[in-house]
Structure formats: C-alpha cells, structure tokens
Design a protein around this ligand. Structure first.
Ligand SMILES: [Zn+2]
Length: 341
C-alpha cells in the first residue's frame, strides 16, 4: 500500500482536534480539512482503486467509518457553538424584554377608595359590617316592622338555616348604621361601603350583587340643610365643581322626611340628552333625616339628637364618570375591561 502522498487516516487524532476546536470558524476549517473535496477522507478514498483487491474493502470501510464519526462529531460541536453570525454579540441589550404585567385595583375598589377619601376629609370614619344579616338589623331596627309594605321595595334573598330568626343577605348597607349606632355614642360621622344583594333580574342597570356606600351623621342640632350641603360637597368633590345636586321628596321607612338626590347630567351639563332622558338630571340615591323610631331601636334619644343618612349604588359613580354599561361589566372580570381603568 503506497502511502507517500496519502494523508494519515487517524480517527482518534481527528476527533481530538474537533473537541479542541473553540469557534465556529475552527470547526468549519476542520470540516474542510477532513470532509472537503480535497480533504483527508476524499484523498484516501482516491487511492482505493490502486490497491490490491484484498486491501480495498479494508481501506473503504476505514474511510466510511472515519467520515461517519467525524461528521457526527462536527455536527454536535456546531450545535453547541451556534451559527457564526451571533458569535460577536451573543446578547443584544437593545432588544425589548417581554415586560411584566402588573395588576391594579378594580374600578369599583378605586371608586370606593376615592369616595372614602372624600368623606374622611370631611371628618367621617369608615365602618364595615357582615354581609349575612339578621332580619332585625336589615329591616326591623330600620323601622320596617314585619309585614311592612316597604319590605317589598327590596326583593330579599333569604338564607335557610332552619333557625327561628330569619337570616338573609343584606339588601343595603344600612344594617351597618344600626351596628355603628349601637356601639358608639354621638356625635357619629361615618360612611359604610360594602357589597349588597337583591333578588333582581340582571339587566343593564340592575344586578343581584352590587355595592353601596351610605353615610350617617348623628349629632345635636343637625338639620336638612346640613344633609343637602354634605351631598353637594361630596358630589362636587368626586365629579367636579360644575356638577350640581338637587333633592326631591321621596319615602324610606328609616328616614323622615326622605328625599332622592340627583346630579346635573354629567354628559350634557344639564341641557338634556339620551342618558338623562332629556331632563338634565340623573338620580343617584336616597337620603333623609334619621327617623326617631330608628334612634329609639338603638337607644339614642331622638329628643336630644338628630341625624341624617344618605346612600347610593357605588357602581353608579364610575358608570356616570366613565360611561360604563351594563352593570354586569363590573362583575365579569374581563381583563380587557379591567386594564382600561
Ligand atoms: Zn344629559
């Protein structure tokens, strides 16, 4: 076998050279050296035809083995080294990252906190109470005796615990007023935000679950004028100075006299539009002077103290401020809605 011009087919040395290579350029050079057109394998293969018939298969198998092993080793090394183009700058620091999405407060919570801030700045405390209530706190103490027709104004969801006393999901946050008056002595200035429940059919403006915020003031010498001034103060603090409020006579068992309060329409500035049914006003909630019967049920002397209370649906505020409708939008927890506010 003539080996003068024929390179040495040393598989071990070639594999060591491949594993010692550090860059894609070195690997490309080795691929040319071993497997290229004029590479080691090709040049040894050319000599086969000049060999004796018994040597040909031996050298042929050696070339095949060499080619297979070196190809495998070079491919594996290429995969680790990566393409040549990224070698100079493996990390591009100017690329934008994926970022991290942060959560934030729900629109109802934002509104509740904004209103709490307004009332705290007026000297009010914030109180909370249970959502599952007894009939006494939700109705009787608020001057709704059993069978009183005004109970029909609030379609109630009852909880059947098999107890003699009726248990229900509170239909308003007013039971918290009773609890506050039971546990504190006047003067009392307090707001009660919270979730409430009614057996209502879901439509654009009504939901079986919604939020209310109520205010209660009990002191010596409070008058209806104080109530009107308080409503004007918090509506202009929330909606801005150009929004005006007005009171219209109404009826609630727990206040006497009672009123409904309305805002000048925030969409048309009072000139009349579809939202306000061309009246220029939007009803927001109810209010009135605390009924003496309510004071008696919690042990406050109505001869010595007077008070006022007001309440409204919390969702109404962002509905008016941002034009959100229907009300179920607040409870769907659709991220596309939540991230807008
Ligand atoms: Zn309007």
């Amino acid at each position: 076998m003539d080996t003068d011009a024929v390179p040495d087919l040393n598989l071990t040395a070639a594999l060591e050279a491949v594993s010692a290579a550090r860059s894609p350029e070195q690997l490309a050079e080795l691929r040319r050296e071993y497997l290229g057109k004029r590479g080691v394998a090709a040049r040894v293969k050319e000599t086969i035809k000049s060999l004796s018939p018994e040597d040909r298969p031996i050298v042929g198998q050696a070339v095949s083995l060499f080619t297979a092993k070196i190809t495998e080793a070079l491919d594996a090394a290429d995969a680790v080294a990566g393409p040549e183009t990224i070698d100079e700058s493996p990390i591009d620091l100017t690329l934008r990252g994926h970022g991290r999405k942060r959560g934030h407060m729900h629109l109802v919570t934002q509104c509740r906190r904004d209103l709490e801030d307004v009332f705290v700045s007026l000297g009010y405390q914030v109180a909370e109470g249970p959502e599952v209530e007894s009939d006494w706190y939700n109705f009787e103490a608020l001057n709704f005796p059993p069978g009183h027709p005004a109970r029909a104004m609030q379609d109630t969801l009852y909880v059947d615990l098999g107890e003699p006393e009726q248990v229900l999901l509170r239909t308003h946050t007013s039971p918290v007023q009773v609890r506050v008056m039971e546990s504190q002595t006047p003067p009392i200035y307090c707001v009660m935000p919270g979730r409430t429940y009614r057996n209502e059919t879901l439509d654009a403006r009504h939901s079986p679950v919604f939020h209310q915020i109520e205010g209660l003031a009990v002191d010596r010498g409070l008058t209806f004028g104080d109530l009107a001034g308080t409503i004007e103060a918090f509506t202009s603090a929330y909606f801005g100075q150009k929004v005006k409020s007005r009171l219209l006579p109404s009826y609630f068992p727990f206040t006497e006299p009672s009123a409904e309060f309305a805002l000048s329409c925030v969409f048309c500035d009072g000139s009349g539009c579809r939202v306000c049914s061309n009246t220029g006003w939007i009803e927001l909630g109810g209010c009135g002077m605390v009924d003496p019967n309510v004071f008696r049920s919690v042990g406050i002397d109505p001869e010595e103290f007077s008070g006022f209370a007001f309440g409204f649906g919390l969702e109404r505020m962002p509905m008016l401020r941002y034009g959100v409708e229907p009300i179920k939008t607040f409870f769907d927890n659709d991220v596309r809605f939540l991230t807008r506010y």
